[in-house]
Ligand binder design. Structure first.
Ligand code: HEC
Length: 191
């Protein structure tokens, strides 16, 4: 062993002796911070992707009768996959705490529908329920991703409904818990 190395080791031993026990790294919360409102998240992140899924399958009336349509080309399926991926990750966006509902307050849209202040209050008071409903969206999106990877049209159709239910479950709790849908007249008015 060279002198230099020995001195080095000795210095290290000395340092080790003097140094207090290494402190565990401080536990800090990850610096997630909501950057946009819930309203913008809905209108510009979640809703456009859900539309990609919902518009991909359906029927149209043509001169040859009712024709079903569904994704066919590689691009069509890539678009489904992209929408599923974005919805899936959007479930995390919903879990980030302290997101304000809207920049400009909005009034209730009718009986049984919350104003922005009421939506905010409900989310703040029932955060665990809100998070659970965001996880519903995650589960629906995971299944949509699997269906688009398998190019499975039947599942895509079915999962479009499941997606809608995931949206509605949260909306019915945090947005329009007792919306009064006008009843259609019992008997259609006579012409
Ligand atoms: C975990 C809860 C939650 C989930 C899941 C959720 N939303 Fe929402 N969404 C809300 C709340 C709360 C509001 C009402 C406040 C607001 O308007 O932002 C809302 C409002 C909206 C609005 C109206 C935005 C506006 O202009 O005021 C749209 C559109 C919307 N959601 C679409 C969707 C779609 C589509 C899905 C499913 C793919 C979905 N949401 C899933 C909580 C949710």
């Amino acid at each position: 062993m060279t002198i230099r190395r020995m001195t080095g080791l000795a210095a290290f031993a000395l340092l080790a002796a003097c140094k207090p026990q290494a402190e565990p790294a401080p536990v800090t919360a990850p610096p997630y911070a909501a950057q946009i409102t819930l309203q913008d998240t809905m209108n510009h992140i979640i809703d456009p992707e859900a539309d990609v899924i919902w518009h991909a399958t359906g029927t149209v009336s043509t001169t040859k009768g009712v024709v079903e349509y569904s994704p066919k080309t590689d691009e069509d399926w890539e678009a489904q996959r992209r929408a599923a991926l974005r919805l899936l990750e959007a479930s995390n966006v919903l879990l980030i705490p302290d997101r304000i509902v809207s920049q400009t307050p909005f009034e209730s849209a009718g009986p049984g529908v919350y104003s922005s202040a009421e939506v905010q209050h409900q989310i703040d008071a029932n955060r665990a329920a809100f998070n659970a409903l965001a996880l519903n969206l995650r589960a629906a999106s995971q299944r949509l991703l699997a269906a688009s990877d398998k190019r499975d049209v039947a599942s895509l159709l079915e999962l479009g409904d499941a997606l809608d239910q995931a949206c509605e479950a949260c909306h019915k709790t945090f947005w329009y818990p007792a919306e009064k849908v006008p009843r259609p007249p019992a008997r259609p008015p006579s012409p």
